[in-house]
Design a protein around this ligand. Structure first.
Ligand code: PLP
Ligand code: COI
Length: 360
């Protein structure tokens, strides 16, 4: 059933100024999409309106028990002035999968996509021009029932906010330093690691704040049972390159987010002549393969981080430098191909992009 969306545009004189160097996640476009859910009535009151604060009860379940999910995708300005989305159905499918895991209602994917496109059309002036910049789109859902007894909420808010972003890491396409946590764990098989829900991110903060003071940009998480198998990084999946030609990434264990960029790398890389495999990766073998030079590159991949070379891994007091702490050719090629498809400057052989439907 298609729902109608009430659209209340912000008057021109009240619209915000667009920053020239937005960084990541600090600026927001003029409008937001919002709809609410009540048990029995389902979703309703869908609207696109001025971005504003919510008023929720202090006992709202999201504030106490973290019942929430979110997604992250981007809109890219093409050379012809149009705007591309990259594999949006994948994000909206994962949104619903995450929602099911934390007992939240699903959103009709076609309606979700329509809401997202209508929102971007209204805020099209916020989609940055420069390659490397994009409009970050953050769909989210929160539990709003006022009740302190532990249980699934009866009421929810689903919303989408957007904002212009540049590179996620300050250094842009330059190697980041990553610290492998040997004590704190992020997620466990059977837990919520494969869902995109706040609990996984708050679990990572203690370690990431600690190692940031030591100069590391991200934390690499090991599996929580053996403390041995490489899982993923705070905001991205991880790949290692053997002998310049074979890309290896941890297989999806149940505690890793099934990244859409990861999946795109696995599909794109073979067309560029690279071998790919998904494996159980023992951290000790990875580190010894870095030392022996068998591993020639490492990089993270994610929507916010795109393809980010990893120049150093630290574990138990020792540092392992990869490719002289320089961005490697495999990461660079994948970055160029992927962003070329996303921004519409390279042929989209996979049918991954979708036109938002707004001419310049
Ligand atoms: N792993 C984590 C924990 C993430 O937050 C992200 C980012 O969304 C990823 C991996 C990469 O996923 P995707 O490529 O779908 O953005
Ligand atoms: C994304 O890459 O879109 C994410 O959601 C990661 C987040 C930590 C910024």
């Amino acid at each position: 059933m298609t729902q109608a969306i009430t659209i209340k545009p912000v008057p021109a004189q009240e619209q915000g100024n667009i920053p020239s160097n937005p960084g990541f996640g600090a600026y927001f476009s003029d409008h937001m999409f919002v709809q609410s859910y009540t048990q029995g009535n389902g979703w309703g009151d869908a609207a696109i309106k001025k971005l504003e604060h919510f008023s929720i009860h202090p006992a709202a379940a999201v504030l106490h028990y973290g019942q929430e999910v979110f997604e992250g995708l981007k809109a890219y300005k093409r050379p012809d002035g149009g705007v591309n989305l990259f594999r949006p159905e994948e994000n909206l499918r994962r949104f619903n999968e995450s929602a099911v895991r934390v007992v939240m209602p699903e959103v009709d994917p076609a309606f979700h996509l329509q809401a997202l496109k209508s929102l971007i059309s209204l805020d099209k002036r916020w989609v940055p021009e420069e390659t490397g910049s994009s409009l970050y789109i953050r769909p989210a859902m929160i539990a709003t029932s006022a009740k302190l007894g532990l249980g699934a909420s009866a009421e929810y808010l689903h919303f989408i906010i957007t904002g212009p972003v540049g590179p996620y890491f300050k250094g842009g396409f330059n190697p980041v330093s990553v610290y492998i946590s040997d004590s704190i764990r992020r997620a466990v098989i059977g837990g919520i690691g494969e869902a995109k829900t706040g609990g996984n991110y708050v679990a990572s903060l203690y370690m990431s704040e600690k190692v940031a003071k030591l100069g590391y940009t991200q934390v690499l998480w090991l599996d929580a049972i053996h403390g041995k198998y490489v899982e993923e990084v705070g905001a991205m999946n991880i790949c290692f390159v053997y002998e310049g030609s074979h890309i290896v990434t941890p297989k999806l264990s149940g505690s890793i987010l099934a990244g859409i960029t990861r999946d795109s790398v696995l599909k794109l890389a073979p067309t560029l002549g690279y071998e790919v495999s998904e494996e159980l990766l023992d951290v000790n073998e990875i580190l010894s393969d870095i030392k022996s030079g068998k591993i020639t590159e490492a990089f993270g991949c994610g929507t916010a981080a795109v393809i980010s070379p990893v120049g150093k891994l630290a574990f138990k007091g020792e540092e392992y430098v990869i490719n002289d702490n320089q961005a490697g050719t495999v990461a660079k090629r994948l970055y160029d191909e992927l962003t070329g498809i996303q921004y519409g400057s390279k042929e989209d052989r996979f049918g991954w992009t979708q036109d938002v439907g707004i001419a310049d």
